[in-house]
Ligand binder design. Structure first.
Ligand code: FUL
Length: 472
């Protein structure tokens, strides 16, 4: 494939409906809670007694309310972590809440969490660890895969709508010293059958791990990447006969996954957007000695701007304590974050402004569309434009320090390089230089008084679109 056709092919890769819906959530919570909370560990051995599990004040509504107040739109619960202990009374194992003293074995944390999410109006998702350090079937092949699929069926039928199934990549040895061969294709088809709208994340085809757990993504986070990044650890059988064989080493943590240089060999490309998973505390589970190790608001806001604002989503982990509650300091920090987000995006100064452009595809794709708040209307530059621009006239001078840009990703991810200018005192001043935009780019700069802001697109794949332009 020649260079031009590679770029044309990249320009045509688009997200699925379920990926688009997931993209709009932007910021949501992980909840790590389980037997580790009581044994004070991060990775349980699988030998922990269910007797340990007794969260006497468990209140999933408290979690859900705090999550919502922090500005998050969903919760993903660790229904079973690597230790194998199940937070719901699974019919397929004795290693669960049903043999714990909590509610005399009659409780179901998954049920309570799902109900709480529904009550406050956020979405609910499940984390189910394929690696199981307790179950004797683990490492035996089919018997474990059947067990795992049965558990998935329980979680995906009994708890209402599930927006995400999060599969962890960790895969250790079982009690018999053998590693389990996961039936990924079988797991995926159970999810597609029972919850067709759910995204399958991390070890799955819909959402990609950003490559670290420290809360940063790439400055150029492409959602269009070579096919082999989705099956690095899983599905060699996903490759097709006509695929160019993947490189010997596939590494999801490298700084570039989707630039022209990276895709130039002509690999088949897929839509595979990034998620940044990071914990509010040092660890994923609650440990009393980390009560003072809660990330400060400033750090969380930086992570937000560098993930949600950089074409990724932010999955922020909360760790309820032994009582089954989110601890005071964690709660205060999360509420402060919700308040800060409200302040930062309080009033969009671009509303009711006027947009002009250097070129457009046709009258239906005028620049004014970027201000109407409608995700279905957008500005389209027309094919192969030369440095197209759009410009906003705010109508008067305003102090701004942020511009939010969104591409119309339904028609693919196109923009590779752009600069924002502001007109102040009759002179144009550079405000921000960036690479990819994708679902959302939040451009931050020192506060400046401007009436006009111009977005110049310096490099793009085959055309450029902008769906939203906001100024704060
Ligand atoms: C990792 C796990 O090993 C950690 O315990 C945690 O659940 C994190 C989100 O994923 O792979």
């Amino acid at each position: 494939m020649g260079a031009k056709s590679v770029i044309e092919a990249a320009s045509k890769v688009v997200p699925s409906e379920r990926q688009l819906k997931w993209n709009d959530l932007e910021f949501y919570a992980f909840v790590h809670f389980g037997i580790n909370t009581f044994s004070d560990s991060e990775w349980g051995t699988g030998g922990e007694s269910p007797e340990l599990f007794n969260p006497q004040k468990l209140n999933a509504l408290q979690w859900a309310k705090i999550i919502k107040a922090a500005g998050m739109k969903a919760m993903i619960l660790t229904c079973k972590h690597h230790d194998g202990f199940c937070l719901w009374p699974s019919a397929y194992t004795e290693h669960s809440v049903k043999n714990s003293p909590w509610k005399d074995g009659g409780g179901d944390v998954v049920f309570e969490a799902a109900a709480a999410c529904r009550k406050v109006g956020i979405k609910f998702g499940v984390y189910l660890s394929p690696w199981d350090r307790h179950d004797l079937r683990y490492g035996q092949g089919e018997p474990y895969n059947d067990y795992f699929k049965n558990q998935l069926r329980e979680l995906l039928t009994n708890y209402g709508d599930i927006f995400c199934v999060w599969f962890d990549g960790a895969c250790g040895e079982g009690k018999n010293g053998r590693k389990q061969e996961y039936d990924w294709e079988g797991y995926f088809s159970v999810v597609r059958e029972l919850q067709p709208e759910a995204v399958i994340s991390i070890c799955g085809p819909d959402v990609r791990w950003c490559g670290n757990e420290s809360g940063v993504c790439r400055s150029s986070e492409w959602s269009v990447v070579p096919y082999f990044y989705s099956n690095a650890e899983l599905l060699p059988s996903d490759s097709r006969k006509d695929d160019i064989p993947p490189p010997k080493k596939i590494n999801l943590t490298v700084p570039d996954l989707g630039s022209r240089k990276k895709i130039k060999k002509g690999y088949r490309l897929i839509w595979y957007p990034a998620e940044v998973d990071v914990s509010l505390r040092k660890g994923w589970f609650y440990h009393a000695n980390e009560d003072f190790d809660v990330k400060p608001l400033s750090k969380l806001m930086d992570i937000y701007y560098n993930s949600v604002g950089a074409n990724a989503s932010m999955l922020l982990n909360l760790s309820p304590n032994k009582d089954g509650l989110i601890a005071e300091r964690d709660m205060e920090t999360l509420l402060a974050m919700g308040a800060q987000l409200e302040i930062d995006f309080n009033e969009n100064l671009a509303e009711d402004s006027t947009m002009t452009c250097s070129c457009r595809l046709d009258g239906e794709h005028d620049a004014q569309n970027v201000l109407d708040g409608n995700p279905d209307t957008y500005w389209h530059s027309g094919m192969n434009p030369k440095k197209p621009w759009i410009m906003i006239d705010l109508g008067d001078d305003y102090d701004i320090d942020k511009v939010v840009l969104k591409e119309h990703i339904r028609t693919g991810q196109q923009i590779e390089k752009f600069t924002l200018y502001g007109k102040t005192g009759g002179k144009w001043k550079k405000l921000y230089k960036g690479t990819v935009i994708g679902h959302k780019r939040i451009c931050r700069f020192d506060e400046i008084r401007v009436q006009y802001i111009k977005l110049v697109i310096e490099k793009t794949r085959c055309f450029a679109t902008i769906e939203a332009f906001e100024a704060y």
